[in-house]
Design a protein around this ligand. Structure first.
Ligand SMILES: [Zn+2]
Length: 435
């Protein structure tokens, strides 16, 4: 169980409002949740000790006239403010809460070797165009999160002998209490363990730490993270945070990205662990620094993270992956998926701009967002040429760093470089291209 208090200094950049809303992601792990956090296909790998449930209980809210837990799946904390919060004004709200952690190899839970604290606090809902709040329901496909950037000051007291990997820069310690800070980030994550080993390196002014419980190839993983950070800085732009934590932990899929922290599944080793590490480091550019709508346009961060991974391996042949090999595997996997779906359901929906809830399975989600996404970026790069392709990605990064890039932002970055690729975007995103 985790007992916590979250003091929020909320700045209203949107329309005046009488209420504030926060996503309560840990409630997705409770018994009877309408939206299960783990897909059927991953349940056995995720729930390593059988069925297990958690949840989040709000015990007090200060600074509120009223508050309630609501939403379609007890996923929202709605706070009624004592008075209207005008545009440009600030409100102070403090939420006390307790999280019961399920035994699960997932974002928020007790894994076999570590405790994953992803999405572990009330996370301010982004505002919609009409001044409302975007409520994120949990889906087992994809990363059902969308958040604006904030500054964090975090204090955590650990049991004796435990260590922590964090999104933040550690600013001090007092016995078992650790202090962290992180600026301008859209989330904050911690992973705790009493078994962590740690290797560190420096990459162009950024400290890179690799935390692991059992990894004979720890040096290789750390080095891949360092090389990837250096390569993506050169290709896309400067990394924004003072440090990057790569963490080997229990995770049913390959890995999970948070700002300045990546979880890498402890079920991976060798080449697979290196591939996942490079993909998660790419997410620092495409998700962490440049945000995008992961609920409706998963290709925008996953496809681009996959393609950035391909570009890294193309320039670093020592890892054994090639551009041709990665393209071939993505094409074959995509064709296999859609021949299955085509046979099962007749005309398959192959569009990529689709809500997470509209994928039939995570198999289909991975093929649409990762594999087809990767193939779309290859189809953009070939006609554009490398200079315009990487130039457009640099422009996209510079323009949207620290913000949420709309779905057409990439297309605009390409046209800004004098290359009209709207036909490629349209044919892939609307599912007209045949692969
Ligand atoms: Zn990813």
């Amino acid at each position: 169980m985790l007992a916590a208090r979250c003091e929020i200094d909320y700045y209203n950049a949107s329309a005046p409002t009488d209420t504030l809303e926060f996503n309560l992601y840990p409630n997705a792990y409770r018994s009877g949740a309408k939206f299960a956090p783990v897909s059927e296909g991953m349940r056995t790998r995720a729930y390593y000790d059988g069925e297990s449930y958690g949840g989040m209980e709000i015990t007090a809210v200060e600074g509120a006239a009223e508050w309630k837990v609501c939403g379609s799946d007890e996923n929202i904390l709605q706070v009624t403010l004592p008075e209207t919060l005008e545009t440009g004004a600030r409100a102070a709200v403090a939420v006390s809460y307790e999280i019961t952690l399920a035994k699960v190899n997932h974002r928020t839970g007790v894994t076999e070797n570590a405790v994953n604290l992803g999405n572990f606090y009330p996370s301010a809902c982004t505002r919609t165009e009409d001044g409302g709040f975007l409520q994120c329901e949990y889906y087992s496909n994809g990363d059902p999160f969308l958040s604006d950037c904030a500054d964090y000051i975090v204090e955590i007291t650990l049991p004796a002998g435990w260590g922590a990997a964090s999104s933040g820069r550690q600013t001090g310690a007092d016995g078992n209490t650790l202090f962290y800070e992180l600026e301008n980030a859209r989330d904050f994550c911690l992973v705790l363990s009493e078994k962590f080993g740690k290797l560190s390196a420096e990459a162009n002014g950024t400290r890179v730490d690799y935390y692991y419980c059992d990894d004979a190839d720890a040096e290789t993983v750390l080095d891949a993270a360092v090389q990837a950070l250096l390569y993506f800085e050169e290709k896309f732009g400067k990394y924004a945070y003072p440090q990057l934590s790569i963490v080997q932990t229990g995770f049913a899929a390959g890995g999970m990205e948070y700002p300045a922290l990546a979880m890498i599944s402890d079920a991976l080793s060798g080449d697979e662990a290196v591939y996942a590490t490079v993909h998660e480091v790419a997410h620092q550019w495409w998700y962490a620094m440049v945000g995008s709508d992961q609920l409706n346009c998963a290709w925008q961060d996953e496809g681009l993270a996959e393609y950035s991974t391909l570009c890294f391996f193309e320039e670093h042949p020592q890892y054994g992956y090639t551009r041709e090999g990665i393209l071939r595997s993505a094409t074959e996997a995509y064709r296999a998926c859609y021949s299955v779906y085509g046979q099962l359901f007749g005309d398959a929906d192959t569009s990529m701009t689709r809500h997470l809830k509209d994928y039939a399975s995570d198999y289909e989600y991975v093929n649409a967002a990762y594999n087809k996404g990767l193939l779309m970026f290859e189809a953009l790069r070939v006609p554009a040429g490398d200079e315009k392709f990487f130039g457009a990605l640099k422009d996209y990064f510079r323009l949207w760093n620290g913000r949420i890039a709309p779905a057409d932002a990439l297309e605009k970055s390409f046209s800004g470089r004098g290359t009209d690729l709207s036909g490629v975007f349209e044919s892939f995103l609307q599912g007209k291209v045949v692969i």
